[in-house]
Write a new protein. Structure first.
Length: 266
């Protein structure tokens, strides 16, 4: 983790460190990508099926579960196929299967179960939902009921931390970055997807899961990346901000998804 920036001179040095780190890693991977259309979602779901890790259930099963005719919880969401595939593909290319991975906001998360099916053996999930005890593979995945902003895990516990459509709910960039930086091992990865549109979309008064909802803008991402450098978290490649289409509709708003990777400094 980088130290606090107490003066203008140190601020300039830390910005130079950021530029050097980005230059060194450029071309290795994308830092941020943006969902362009619905076709990407359907193609991603098919690829997850081909990998044998698609966990989204049939609509009939969801209906039966709603009426109490099936036990357990439904895993995953078709609309999140692109996010899940991007995360799985990145981890397969950058993280060994015995290295520790944490999934935050993991209740009903498809990614943590998909990683288990791919042979990842050191998985932990954290969420405040008490029904986390109903998640599958309780014998081989460690589940913790906790606030992911304030966990009890030891420093440098994880090689990667994943977050699928979580951080835009009750967004607190400083607390998030502080905890992710504390938990990541040197050269570890923070991988997140979130609701996004380049221009600001007002979501005032809209909440989900008892928390304010934010559709993150380009300017907010730029500020987030700048703030992340102060915690030793840096981009690993190019930032792609643009999108011509708004393939996602929710809460009376149209927008898209973005996917971001930050890397803990050595």
């Amino acid at each position: 983790m980088l130290p606090e920036v107490p003066c203008a001179l140190h601020h300039l040095k830390y910005l130079e460190t950021t530029k050097t780190f980005i230059k060194k890693l450029k071309g290795n991977a994308m830092t941020m990508e943006v969902l362009q259309d619905k076709l990407q979602i359907s193609k991603a779901r098919q690829e997850l099926v081909n990998k044998g890790v698609s966990l989204v259930e049939f609509p009939l099963w969801s209906l039966m579960r709603r009426f109490g005719l099936m036990r357990g919880i439904g895993i995953g969401d078709t609309v999140k196929s692109w996010d899940v595939l991007s995360t799985v593909n990145f981890l397969e290319s950058h993280v060994k299967k015995d290295e520790p991975i944490l999934d935050i906001g993991c209740f009903a998360s498809e990614v943590i179960v998909a990683l288990h099916k791919l042979g990842y053996s050191n998985l932990t999930g954290v969420d405040l939902n008490a029904d986390l005890r109903k998640m599958p593979h309780q014998d081989s995945i460690r589940y913790e009921i906790s606030d992911f902003m304030h966990t009890k895990f030891e420093n440098a516990s994880f090689q990667a931390i994943t977050s699928i459509s979580v951080i835009e709910h009750g967004f607190d960039g400083q607390s998030l970055l502080k905890e992710m930086s504390r938990l990541l091992k040197p050269n570890g990865y923070f991988i997140a997807s979130f609701d996004y549109w380049p221009e600001k979309i007002d979501t005032t008064g809209i909440s989900y899961f008892g928390m304010d909802w934010k559709i993150v803008s380009k300017d907010e991402i730029v500020d987030f990346i700048t703030e992340a450098a102060g915690y030793g978290l840096f981009p690993v490649g190019e930032m792609m901000y643009g999108s011509k289409n708004k393939p996602i509709y929710c809460g009376g708003k149209q927008y898209t998804f973005a996917w971001l990777v930050l890397r803990e400094s050595a």
